[in-house]
Design a binder for this molecule. Structure first.
Ligand SMILES: Cc1cc2nc3c(=O)[nH]c(=O)nc-3n(C[C@H](O)[C@H](O)[C@H](O)COP(=O)(O)OP(=O)(O)OC[C@H]3O[C@@H](n4cnc5c(N)ncnc54)[C@H](O)[C@@H]3O)c2cc1C
Length: 471
């Protein structure tokens, strides 16, 4: 053993402590940017192991960076300050459903898709559905407060968390919330910890709320000649008296990327398409689609194509699922943003992104959870082209600034991590930033839990994409 830290970690984990450089390098990435090599990787499989590792980190004052499946698009699991990467992906075996209580208990490494499948077996539903659900972990979803297409009707991860087991920065194990929908005992620490990006505590178990599975679904694809009207349709549909369960938008660039990738007979000439799903009783769904159709007609939109059967419906959702793979396969590096704006401002945001695309000569694809105002302007770029990367950094900053100006937010679901920390103060103000820092300091005084995330480094005012520290 090379040192006391390694010796202690080895006593806790045995061969689930990884110290070889190749292993450590492979834990230095996520779905965003930058490579950082941790000093140790620990593959934990119990709360007691998490607790023991955190106590070592506390004793030697070294960082602990939790990591689920590393699909984060904001830099959350990157070990920017070295130290220990705590890998949860092996701790995926505790998944127990309590159907009569409409709840499910999980260990942090369980994949979100496995929760969906188990709930479905009991005719129940766990609504949060990030598009990465076949690979991402529930621990990562909890830490990022992940959303997804169903957010427009059912909300996001935080709306389905009844209770948590958490290891705190000093290595204590605490429980927040419980197993009941109603619980107002003390501060709502569950809400504080969900979305805290692993900076305030490490989640070792969660109790999640389920709802009855809707009886049926129906989906329409609406085709637009101009982006502005597509944006305007969103508020029109949401004020028509119907509440869609999903509402996703793809701009022309996104449509064409998917078409190039999969050849699904999509309308290449369209400025945008909107995918709208309604769920509930089969007969009611037909009426709801008619309400949507007539509301859209009033603003001159007529291209409402309703899927005739389940196969056609699945094909429409396949279109949305393929956007990310299509973008990845079409260029070098993919930068996914998730600036979110009030619904009435979506047309303005589209217009601005178009202007930014022209101004910086960039390949920007826009798609996203339209019903939440949560757009994903996604840029294809070549990280080896320093001049282009600098234009990308400027473009991203302009997108963020405009989202804030419109009364929106830097992040609807991906989190702040390293990617957006330079802009946090712009949104929350100096006093707001200090208040958030005070919470962090109170709960993690030695700054060992996922340091370098959420809060800007001193003097940091700009996004820098090329920040690799790996050899
Ligand atoms: C193709 C693609 C599609 C995506 N679609 C969506 C989408 O629709 N909606 C959405 O919200 N996101 C989406 N994402 C982003 C990403 O999948 C989510 O942020 C997801 O929640 C990350 O889960 P993960 O298991 O990969 O966590 P990681 O990326 O490993 O970590 C994410 C954060 O969680 C922390 N963390 C992990 N486990 C724990 C734990 N047990 N305790 C405390 N902190 C922990 C990490 O430190 C990090 O800060 C997408 C990503 C990709 C690549």
């Amino acid at each position: 053993m090379s040192n006391a830290i390694e010796q202690k970690l080895h006593e806790i984990l045995g061969d689930r402590l990884l110290t070889d450089v190749d292993d450590r390098i492979s834990y230095g990435f996520d779905g965003s940017f930058g490579q950082y090599i941790p000093d140790y990787v620990v593959q934990v499989i119990s709360a007691e192991e998490v607790q023991a590792v955190v106590r070592v980190a506390d004793e030697f004052v070294i960082p602990v960076t939790p990591r689920g499946a590393a699909t984060s698009l904001s830099g959350g699991p990157l070990p920017v300050a070295g130290g220990i990467v705590m890998d949860f992906s092996q701790w995926n075996h505790y998944l127990e459903i309590f159907p009569d209580d409409l709840l499910i208990k999980v260990s942090p490494g369980v994949r979100t898709g496995d929760i969906h499948k188990l709930a479905d077996d009991y005719n129940l539903m766990y609504p949060p559905d990030p598009s990465s659900s076949s690979v991402c972990t529930i621990g990562g979803n909890l830490a990022e407060n992940a959303g997804g297409p169903r957010g427009v009707k059912y909300g996001v991860t935080k709306d389905y968390v009844l209770g948590l087991q958490v290891v705190t920065a000093d290595g204590s194990i605490i429980h927040t919330g419980g197993q009941t929908v109603k619980n107002v005992t003390g501060y709502d620490l569950t809400k504080l910890l969900v979305g805290s990006e692993g900076t305030l505590g490490i989640i070792t178990e969660a109790t999640l709320r389920l709802i009855p599975k809707p009886l049926d679904t129906m989906t329409a694809m609406i085709v637009y000649d101009d982006l502005y009207t597509a944006g305007k349709s969103i508020s029109t549909i949401l004020t028509s008296g119907v509440r869609p369960s999903k509402m996703e938008i793809l701009d022309q660039n996104a449509i064409n990327k998917v078409e190039d990738y999969a050849g699904l007979d999509l309308p290449r000439e369209a400025a945008a398409v909107l995918l709208v799903e309604v769920d509930g009783d089969t007969e009611a769904l037909k009426k709801e689609m008619e309400v949507i159709r007539s509301a859209l007609k009033k603003i001159g939109v007529t291209g409402v194509n309703i899927a005739g059967d389940k196969e056609e419906e699945a094909k429409l959702w396949q279109v949305r699922k393929l956007v990310s793979p299509a973008i990845v396969s079409s260029g070098y590096t993919k930068i996914s943003e998730d600036a979110t704006v009030p619904l009435s401002k979506i047309p303005d945001m589209f217009k601005k992104i178009d202007e930014i695309k022209e101004k910086y000569h960039l390949n920007i694809v826009v798609f996203g959870h339209a019903g939440d105002g949560n757009l994903h302007p996604t840029i294809n770029t070549n990280m080896r082209d320093a001049e282009e990367v600098s234009r990308v950094e400027d473009a991203v900053e302009e997108i963020f600034n405009y989202a804030i100006e419109l009364g929106g937010t830097l992040s609807g679901e991906h989190g702040i991590g390293t990617m957006k920390r330079a802009f946090l103060e712009k949104e929350v103000g100096q006093a707001g930033l200090e208040f958030q820092k005070a919470v962090k300091k109170a709960l993690d005084p030695k700054n060992i839990l996922n340091p370098g995330k959420i809060f800007p480094n001193p003097g940091e005012k700009r996004l820098v994409l090329n920040n690799d520290t790996a050899p």
